[in-house]
Design a protein around this ligand. Structure first.
Ligand code: ADP
Length: 395
């Protein structure tokens, strides 16, 4: 193997690694979960053996253990050629991926106030990799960066302007790495260039967001200052009346509890009272569990409203694209969502939808639909690997 790129993705309690060769082939991937807990756990994908971790292992210990295990199993060379890190929040500082140096580390740290659960762990991953591979170039790819092309009319809240000026209160948007991949992959499948392609990209996983992309650039998106705004998600409420905060406070609920409820106990989980998992919700609904059926209804109706809202930013639409665990796999969610959008001219083919577009290069629209509708598996790791390669001139 001549060149290889290691992709490092640190979540609040998890660490994912992926290794690519210079031809964009994925050579290996590995995962550590429940970090900083007694039952921390790690494994290499496609391998039934777990990787031993110390009790309560942190991100640094997990990285060391997984890299050693990948080397022992001869899945990784002594050193990768470059390393790409996913970082959630780049604020207004980062409009694209960058080579990491101490100034960049300082700036990521400065954005930590906007993403207190995510940026510190990304920094832990960066520092651990810099210790382990001191001579290897490392780059950071930001979830917010792709949305830095939003115009003020899309990113400003209707608040006194001092809040933006003094406290950076604005809409940033997230899932930018996935939406960027959709912009490029949809263009490729449509036989166009990204710079002339306009799409609406719906990323529906545990977190959900939708982005209007005009001529390859993000022009509006549903997540805002934090990833709580917008669509209904697994455990997040998405949009609520801001008056709710004052009302709950008047009922005696402390702010940290409001935060906990809106982020972790709402969305599909809150409405169904059972689960945040769309697959389980569909099973429950099929067995007559009405709150689960209602959770799916509300999820799809909110999504349909947002598809309509995203059209305000576009003058042409080359495709509506579904991605993420739900977007890629739930024919029911796609069908229900688009049933609300007949007036706009969306129509999908039942059979192609049922097969998730697998036999039609992702296409699922009916011949009489005004717009193409695509199902495209996301590949955020590949975007990070490509950015690392671009900045270190590998691929
Ligand atoms: P994350 O945001 O954590 O990466 P994913 O993109 O993996 O999440 O999406 C997870 C969601 O995808 C869950 O709600 C899961 O139920 C849903 N999902 C996965 N497979 C299916 C399926 N076959 N049908 C319906 N939903 C699915």
């Amino acid at each position: 193997m001549k060149q290889s790129i290691l992709v490092v993705n640190c979540g609040s309690s998890s660490l994912k690694l992926a290794l690519f060769d210079e031809n964009e082939n994925k050579l290996a991937s590995a995962l550590a979960e429940r970090l900083n807990r007694k039952d921390a756990f790690a494994r290499i994908d496609d391998d039934n053996r777990t990787v031993a971790l110390p009790d309560g292992a942190n991100h640094k210990q997990a990285l060391q253990a997984l890299v050693s295990a990948l080397r022992e199993r001869q899945l990784m060379p002594r050193s990768p050629t470059s390393i790409g890190h996913r970082v959630v929040h780049g604020g207004e500082t980062f409009r694209e991926a960058v080579l990491i140096d101490s100034k960049v580390i300082g700036a990521i740290n400065d954005c930590a106030g906007l993403a207190p659960l995510h940026n510190p762990v990304a920094l832990a991953g960066i520092e651990a990799s810099r210790e382990q591979f001191p001579d290897i170039p490392q780059i950071a790819v930001f979830d917010t960066a792709y949305h830095q092309t939003l115009a003020p009319r899309a990113y400003l809240y209707a608040l006194p302007e001092a809040y933006y000026r003094d406290w950076s209160v604005r809409r940033y948007g997230f899932h930018g790495i996935s939406h960027f991949f959709m912009a490029n992959e949809a263009a490729r499948r449509l036989g166009k260039t990204p710079a002339t392609t306009s799409i609406i990209s719906a990323h529906l996983g545990n977190g959900c967001s939708i982005t209007a992309i005009r001529d390859g650039l993000s022009v509006d998106t549903s997540m805002g200052l934090t990833p709580l705004e917008g669509l209904v998600m697994g455990t997040r409420s998405g949009d609520v009346d801001p008056g709710l905060f004052g009302y709950l406070a008047s009922r005696g609920m402390p702010l940290n509890e409001v935060h906990e409820v809106l982020n972790h106990k709402s969305g599909l989980l809150g409405i169904s009272g059972q689960t945040n998992d769309m697959r389980s919700l569909c099973d429950l609904a099929d067995h007559g569990h009405e709150p689960s059926a209602l959770a799916i209804e509300i999820f799809c109706f909110r999504l349909a409203k947002y598809v309509g809202a995203m059209m305000a930013s576009l003058s042409q639409l080359d495709a509506l694209v579904f991605t993420g665990g739900i977007g890629e796999n739930s024919s029911r969610v796609r069908e229900k969502t688009l049933s609300h959008l007949r007036l706009l001219g969306f129509n999908i083919d039942a059979d192609m939808n049922e097969h998730h577009g697998r036999y039609s290069d992702g296409r699922i629209e009916h011949t009489d639909s005004h717009f193409p509708v695509l199902v495209i598996p996301t590949n955020e790791e590949l975007v990070i690997a490509r950015e690392a390669a671009r900045l270190t001139t590998i691929f």
